[in-house]
Design a protein around this ligand. Sequence first.
Ligand code: PLP
Length: 401
Amino acid sequence: MINLEPTINSITDIEDAHTSGVYPKRPLALVRGEGVYAWDDEGNRYIDATAGQGVALLGHSHPNVAAAVAEQAQTLISCPEIFYNDRRAELYTELTSILPDEFTRFFLCNSGAEANEGALKVARLMTKRAGVVSAMRGFHGRTMGAVSMTWNPKYRKAFAGWTMDVTHVPYNNIEKMEAAITEDTAAVVIEAVQGEGGVNPGTVEYLQRVRDLCTERGALLIIDEIQAGLGRTGKWFAFQHAGIRPDVIALGKGIAGGVPMGAVVWRSELGQMPGGSHGSTFGGNPLASAAAIATLRTLRDENLVERSAEMGAWLVEQLEAMSHDYVREVRGRGLMVGLELRGRVTPVLKSLQDKGVLALPAGNTVLRLLPPLTITQEQLAVVIDAIREALDENNDITDES
Ligand code: PLP
């Protein structure tokens, strides 16, 4: 008898049969990672300059994180916040040691979007105001509150009319920001270096002025450090490049070495959230807490924040020196680097993948590099060579300007 059922036997077939459909997927199945490298199911090795979308600050499967997770998994995995827990307490101590002094209150959660949702609740609860101002090209996640703060209309159009009202103003434009903050503004939510929006660093003057405006008008400044935080830009927090202090910080991505975790952090003078005003079953669980403690200690003990500054400066210098016809601009801070191209980035990413380098887009024309902070100069040199070759191969790309 002829079997008319389609044969579903490969990783991609199975995923395609069941995926929600929301992700634009690359035809590549990653099955193993070690440090800067990731391997596909056919045994091909790649330098992972995506670091799992900016998550693997220490590289893949760092032994300190793996050991902490394994040990905690055999000790206690579940412990909701209705109980106290030794790992969670240790994590608070660890986090306060890297944060500016006055940041002592935390809400622990499980993702970046959830951290921004929590930050929004903190701002509304503390100011008793509703309004939110965020920036064009800003990205803050895709849950209903977070997607309202996210700028790119493509993420919101399917929900037109149902999202929250948020005023989006051009980034690095202080006049527009000044005009947008009103007596009803609970919070200004911005990234200190925009990631998804094209790797755009906020200027020092802009970030300082936004800080002052929020103080003058009684709005809270929420800095979304989900992608740029924890050493990625060569400082523990990207807002430190401008010498400012926000009121609320949203953290996620690499905080727990790849184990899902997010955190909302705020200044002690704002006080606590009212009981029952927020919550999460998995928030602050011992497994993620153990992974985060190991991650933060490794970042500190191996001087990876300083290293990110040094390696990033070298990378930008090399990319600028390459001065390729198809590169309009090189931007970045630390190991958060973007190459603005004169054409579409997708074919360049494909060529790079064929050469064993995985990189990210940031919009249609920006090639984004978010390698692990452990990457060596030799490994970066391989990435740079591959970029040069990939750009040469795509030299028929049309100008998008
Ligand atoms: N905020 C920023 C700056 C991000 O880069 C991201 C994810 O890319 C998010 C928020 C959303 O994080 P998550 O995907 O964990 O919800």
